[in-house]
Ligand binder design. Structure first.
Ligand SMILES: Nc1ncnc2c1ncn2[C@@H]1O[C@H](COP(=O)(O)OP(=O)(O)O)[C@@H](O)[C@H]1O
Ligand SMILES: [Mg+2]
Length: 378
């Protein structure tokens, strides 16, 4: 069916989902960890492709966004499992509602977990680590299905206090419950994920299988071009230009779609001009200036230097930044702190070899082409 608007264009990747599921089946207890930068389509894929394919294959997908609950990731996981358990145990229909009101039971859980038939509402163990284990067992018992735990933005785990303990629990449960549990992780920070999953000595060492999550291919680009030609009969977007631009903006489908929409509004087919206008469009610059607002002069110029590909801790870079009057002292120590702060705010991501990158490629182009005076003005 032809899409009605640009926003309706969706590419499903059921084959890729099927391949991931096969990998999970082939190595019980070993999670897949898929990496891709932000907004490349990981969550969309879990939701639209992997979950339905897994369901069809008789699994029970359970999704938890760990970034949303950065402070308490294990609670987020347990909450998602408890909800799934609720769905699995509450009968549908009118009685369901009554049965859903919590019933306090006296009973000791410990021994019954391993039998897998503990009543769903019996008291859970107090520690979140043990709760996690118990919930998996109960969910499996209640549903009769293999649970597919989808943990989105797993690198959040590395950022909380006591993360080693959580990771160790995750690993232990995934191993112990491997006949009833599989897991897929996603991550947006290659650096954080690599550190978490592959650092010698860390509990996840050689545990998860790291995969590069592939960007969307030509199918998406062709669909955009086809819709463009439908809107503008006689005009067409060049597929090669689309490919180049998609790469230029970091393979972010929604960003490409917004760009094509803005070009379509003016019937424009030249991508260089399209990107230039998109970057300097007031809607964009207002948003970006809002991101710059909380930063001081030093941070702003450091960000611009990173956007230009300069080493942020380099002497030359800092000397250049220090030349601008409002900056004050431009030192390495100050740059380190600034990078951490901007990383925390999601403005930059750390590259694997210690470098830093602006997360949004168009924001990076904007910063790289802006005059220092413009950046310091806002
Ligand atoms: N397969 C796809 N087809 C069409 N649009 C997609 C697809 N995958 C992602 N997108 C678009 O990109 C946006 C960002 O994707 P998302 O899954 O949230 O990225 P991530 O989880 O990697 O940060 C989505 O909101 C959607 O608009
Ligand atoms: Mg996501």
């Amino acid at each position: 069916m032809a899409p009605k608007t640009y926003d309706d264009i969706q590419v499903s990747r059921l084959q890729l989902a099927g391949a991931y599921l096969e990998m999970l089946k082939a190595q019980p207890g070993r999670p897949l960890a898929m990496f891709a930068p932000r907004r490349v389509g990981k969550t969309f894929f879990l939701d639209n492709d992997l979950a339905p394919v897994a369901k069809k294959a008789g699994w029970l997908p359970v999704y938890a966004d760990l970034w949303l609950q950065k402070e308490n990731p294990l609670a987020a996981i347990n909450h998602a499992l408890a909800e799934a358990l609720d769905d699995a145990t509450v009968p549908a229909g009118e009685l369901g509602k009554v049965a859903k009101t919590p019933v306090k039971r006296v009973g000791v859980l410990g021994a019954s977990i391993d039998l897998g038939d503990a009543p769903a509402r019996a008291a859970l163990p107090a520690s979140p680590e043990l709760q996690f284990d118990a919930l998996v067992a109960r969910l499996h018992a209640a549903s009769g299905k293999t649970v597919l735990l989808m943990l989105d933005e797993i690198q959040s785990l590395g950022e909380v206090a006591g993360s080693e303990k959580i990771l160790a629990a995750l690993r232990a449960v995934l191993h112990r419950r491997r006949d009833m549990l599989g897991a897929v992780f996603t991550g947006s920070s290659q650096e954080a994920m690599a550190r978490m999953l592959a650092t010698a000595g860390a509990p996840m060492y050689q545990f998860a299988q790291l995969l590069d999550f592939p960007a969307l291919g030509d199918e998406y680009l062709v669909a955009l071009a086809n819709h463009f030609s439908k809107v503008h009969p006689g005009k067409r977007l060049d597929l090669d230009d689309l490919r180049k631009t998609f790469a230029r903006i970091g393979f972010k489908p929604r960003l490409l779609r917004d760009l094509v929409k803005s070009m379509s509004a003016e019937g424009m087919t030249d991508f260089d001009e399209g990107v230039r206008r998109y970057i300097h469009d007031a809607r964009q610059t207002l948003g970006w200036n809002a991101l710059l607002q909380p930063l001081d002069a030093f941070d702003r110029l450091l960000l611009a230097a990173i956007a230009r590909g300069k080493p942020p801790l380099g002497q030359e870079t800092l000397k250049e930044i220090g030349r601008h009057r409002p900056v004050g002292k431009a030192t390495i120590a100050r740059a380190r702190v600034a990078i951490e702060r901007m990383r925390g705010a999601g403005l930059i991501t750390k590259a694997v070899r210690g470098g830093a990158r602006i997360d949004d490629p168009l924001f990076a182009e904007y910063l790289a082409t802006a005059e220092p005076e413009d950046l310091l003005g806002g």
